[in-house]
Design a protein around this ligand. Structure first.
Ligand SMILES: [Zn+2]
Length: 325
């Protein structure tokens, strides 16, 4: 199958996944809002048509995807944490070329090809390109939870299209614990992988506590309404509360989508989830449908600019209705 047909199929399969979610959410936003969506708060060290790398600490970079420019090589964010004995990269991205680009940047910036790859969850825009990391003499270790591996290969509609390369990439993995943290020792720094629920039933949060850096995956979205397609809203809210209090202590957080988040961005995100929960609970108690509740929901102006398409808000209300039943 040629690559345009493959990517078209992947796009259609993921109609409710994060790829379509990002495009639909941005479609109705004013040009100025779209342009501001991923504005950097840290120095940018590399730029590609689809993403850039921002320096977020010693030996640490955030890959911030910029898909609204039209290049869909990557949709989700990720990044690099480099230590004395190894290099961790976060996420597998939408296309192989996205993962290959990040690996190449890791080599140029650290002198090393990635030695470890972590996927925060199984969604198509985070996992599809992961086999590209193996395209080198050094084959990095892939760290995922068992549910993430099963979903990424087993076809939920929002997981990658199955391929031989993907099956090979997931054949030999380090399955991280789902009941407590795992650690990747990089000699002079330790990266911890914290299993939680919220955006999906199998999320991993990636921390470097000493460097005060966190990669949250899609538990956090910055400037764009989050995708609730597989979300567990109560668990999501609890995790976000925890992440907000961490970031308020001078942490930087790399969200799944949008610019790197500081304390103010996290406060606004929590406000968004709270306003949504209030509207959901009020609508549910009044006997309304998720569609009716979504139709009357407006993001409070005090929370600043959020790209929020109608399908995204409806999906969130449906997730709340599932939880409240
Ligand atoms: Zn996702």
């Amino acid at each position: 199958m040629d690559s345009s047909r493959t990517s078209r199929r992947a796009f259609l399969l993921s109609a409710s996944g994060c790829v379509a979610h990002v495009l639909f959410s941005a479609a109705c936003a004013p040009r100025s809002t779209r342009a501001r969506w991923t504005a950097p708060i840290n120095p940018t060290v590399r730029t590609a048509p689809f993403a850039r790398l921002d320096a977020i600490g010693a030996g640490a970079w955030a890959l911030v995807s910029t898909p609204l420019g039209g290049d869909r090589t990557t949709f989700a964010n990720g990044g690099i944490i480099a230590g004395r004995t190894g290099v961790v990269v976060v996420e597998g991205f939408y296309r192989d070329a996205g993962a290959a680009w990040l690996a190449q940047q890791a080599r140029e910036l650290t002198g090393r090809w990635p030695t470890h790859v972590v996927l925060t969850h199984y969604h198509v825009d985070h996992a599809s390109g992961v086999s590209a990391y193996a395209d080198n003499a050094v084959r990095p270790q892939l760290h995922v939870t068992a549910p993430t591996r099963a979903a990424a290969l087993g076809g939920t509609p929002v997981a990658p299209t199955r391929s031989e390369a993907l099956t090979r990439a997931f054949a030999d993995v380090v399955l991280t614990r789902t009941d407590r943290e795992s650690r990747i020792d990089l000699g002079d720094r330790v990266v911890t992988l914290e299993p939680v629920h919220g955006h999906t039933n199998s999320d991993l949060i990636v921390h470097d506590q000493d460097a005060a850096i966190t990669f949250s995956g899609d538990l956090v979205w910055n400037g764009m309404f989050p995708n609730y397609v597989d979300a567990q809203p109560v668990a999501l809210h609890a995790q976000v509360d925890r992440l907000v209090s961490m970031v308020s202590k001078r942490q930087l957080l790399v969200p799944g989508h949008g610019a790197v988040a500081d304390a103010d961005a996290m406060r606004r995100y929590r406000g968004l989830l709270e306003s949504l929960e209030q509207a959901a609970r009020a609508g549910f108690s009044a006997g309304r449908s998720p569609q009716e509740a979504a139709a009357s929901y407006v993001v409070p102006a005090a929370l600043g600019e959020w790209m929020a398409g109608k399908p995204a808000v409806e999906r969130a209300m449906q997730a709340w209705w599932r939880a409240l039943r």
